[in-house]
Design a protein around this ligand. Sequence first.
Ligand code: PLZ
Length: 450
Amino acid sequence: MTSTVELTATDIPQERRLVTALPGPKSTELQARRVAAVSKGVSGMLPIYIDRAGGGILVDIDGNQLIDMGAGIAVTNVGNAAPAVVEAVQAQVAKFTHTCFMVTSYEGYVEVCEALNRLTPGDHDKRSALFNSGAEAVENAIKVSRAYTKRQAVVVFEHGYHGRTNLTMAMTAKNMPYKQSFGPFASEIYRVPLSYPFHDGNRAGADVAADVISKIEKEIGADNVAAIIIEPIAGEGGFIVPAPGFLPSLVSFANDNGIVFIADEIQTGFCRTGSWFASEHEGIVPDMMTTAKGIAGGLPLAGLTGRAEIMDSVHAGGLGGTYGGNPVACAAAVAAISIMEEQDLAGRAREIEAVMIPRLKSIAEKTGVIGDIRGRGAMIAVELVKKGTNTPDAEFTSAVSKACHAQGVVVLTAGTYGNVLRFLPPLVMPMHLLEEALDIIEEAFVSLTK
Ligand code: PLZ
């Protein structure tokens, strides 16, 4: 067990500080090396190279200190290089780095599975398995659902994102940049509409779900469906929170028809939305859940957790991989989970929401270009539109994001239409830095709408 550490335990001063223009000379030099060495297929949002990070700050190699409003895409929920994580990793890495859990086992893997079984919704008997990446967890969720149900069809949603491997590309909605020219894609994937209140005229969740169910029955046949998989809040799709009732209706349809209901909580999990998992906000109990990102404080680890009878329906040896549940990543996860529990980081996420929402509302009123403010906890976004309409404005979104970057605030974009500015601060973000980031975001909006 890790000892209690202070909320933002880092020796990096928690202040934004620009000592060069961005990018600075050292980053510029590295960027040239990158272009010569790294495939162009791997894009980079900011040509800034990081030296150290902690709390709410990223320090680049030129000494600039940036406010981190992205947490490496919802990963460093406990902060970067959180001392308890560092300590656990250092201790483990000095003992052994790898055995392959399928060859000779170790406690850390079991401990992470126990934690997942305990923390995910529902008090039924559960089992878990560990993998290296979110996409790999999703792939395995589909494998297990198909083995359990002896059916093949998989239902996915518009605006959904599940990864970049071949199966998960088929499951991901957006073509550019994820799928373009990478086909052929896996078969037996069926896409249905998502409840998207801002763009569907605020239709009731149960009504949209009824349409989805009818579509499944007419076009696929409920008894051909192995799994329905959904992000309780669509992440890459633009932090779309489905209308209340949408998720529960789908869960009861799945339960009534022997379909495995999978919540992809890879982005929403681990206190991000103000509870351990976003499924809890609607009181749903998924049959299976995929997790990754926030689970291990930045080390690569992913989990698949589900009802014991589903998870144990696979033949021995059917699941695995060389590195899945690597001991160093497991040690990091055990430490990160302790931090989240001891410091009530779900409560912190709710505090972050309480600060952000009124500030974003005031920016919306001042500028008229924010059509929707949404999300939960420390997973908040604004959807940008042409003034007075709900027509997406991707160009303006990119301009705001660039203006924030130039001032040393790392914000991310998202959304099917590229017009969503999303905020995913580490949950240990000091409040004064959050306020400063919001000041800079506000300045960017105000100056660009003048
Ligand atoms: N499911 C819900 O959010 C990863 C993708 C970044 P991996 N999201 C960030 C990018 O452009 O590649 C994600 C997710 C949800 C699955 C995944 C996939 O997780 O760990 O990136 O494979």
